[in-house]
Design a protein around this ligand. Sequence first.
Ligand code: PLP
Length: 438
Amino acid sequence: MEYRSTRGGPAVRIEEAIMSGTAPDGGLYVPSSLPTFSIADFDGCESLAEVATRFLQAFVAGSSLGPQLVDICHDALNFPVPVRALESGLSVLELFHGPTAAFKDVGARFLAATMARILRDDRHAGPPATILVATSGDTGGAVAAAFHRRPGLRVVVLFPAGRVSTRQQHQLTCWDGNVLSLAVEGAFDDCQRLVKAAFADAGLAGGYRLCSANSINVGRLLPQAAYYARTSLEHYRRSGERASFIIPTGNLGNAFACVWARHAGLPIDRIVLATNANTTIGDFLATGQWLPRPTVPTLASAMDVGNPSNMERLRDLCEGQVERLREEVSAMAVSDEDIRATIRDEYRRNGSVFCPHTATALHAYRHLPATERSNRHWIAVATAHPAKFDTIVEPLLGIHVEPPAELAGLLELPSHFATIRPELAELAGQLAGWDAHG
Ligand SMILES: *Cc1c(COP(=O)(O)O)cnc(C)c1O
């Protein structure tokens, strides 16, 4: 299997697609052709790791990762992704049982497991590779956790000082050893600008072997497709029917992986994207005009994306035709007011506590046309544990939300980070200082 750029550059092997993140022409890597499976191909595969191994074999065929895939999947996908029945016709896919209690753990852990093996096999092994990641909250924690203590790899996390929640900041700064956490005096955009500047600086990029781990890396998308494969198969085996998914969406990485799984032949019916007040995708589906815009801050902050980058992959898949895109997905925008109301209503209805992101999916489900609800089985995707967003959820419900054990463990660890101004020289200084102290 080869990977090509959405912008037409030459095809590369998966090792290169994963290590470089984006294509040199600025495009995003996609498989040159999608494999197709029948349901019987998965006979005997039950756990996420088993389904993922079967599913991803085609995507790593012919690469150095092929023979290691069983190991990679068992290493990376070692936590449960249960489906919980909520009521007749509605279940919730809980993707938040990983180390940092959000679905990004799946992609980050798979990326770390593959990068570690690619570097180990690299005959020209040099200095450690450095993952440079800008985060507005969830990504940095998942990446730090996934790469922590991996030999040959280091992580530098840049987050906007004072603009992430207390718990998020703790998850970004509780690591030692191969993780360096830097608070940047500025906004998330300043962090991103710094990362771009570092990659564009030949001395820094080469000297530190900078790599990216953001959600456009194909190594994060592939394992996400695997949980849709596993969940849809499980539903099909039980009911003989295809499952429909409602997916909280920001940069479209999670939902695009579901589209891939369906194209690869998995029994998936409808895919509905639930967005917050950042409505670029919904507006595009409605008007056919792609108008990225500045990000609007919302309660579902991990979905605050005004220019969703994975849209480039979806448009590529549909060869730029809006009508085909409308057949792939539909979208519903959910306001902060509706997010609050949904968190309250769902708690009253079932005693279930949802995070603000997951609440967008529940709101979208409740507002589907009645026939859509009664004719299909819907699975709302729960992207984070509500305890990660305690400052929003607890006052709304007047209850204490207990963090899951792993998250609670992280919150006990000491926190340490340095603060820098949003200037490349300051970042370079931190990197050099870190080097000098081992
Ligand atoms: C990142 C994130 C999302 C958005 O996922 P995309 O792949 O960017 O669409 C939704 N919910 C949570 C909790 C997240 O961390």
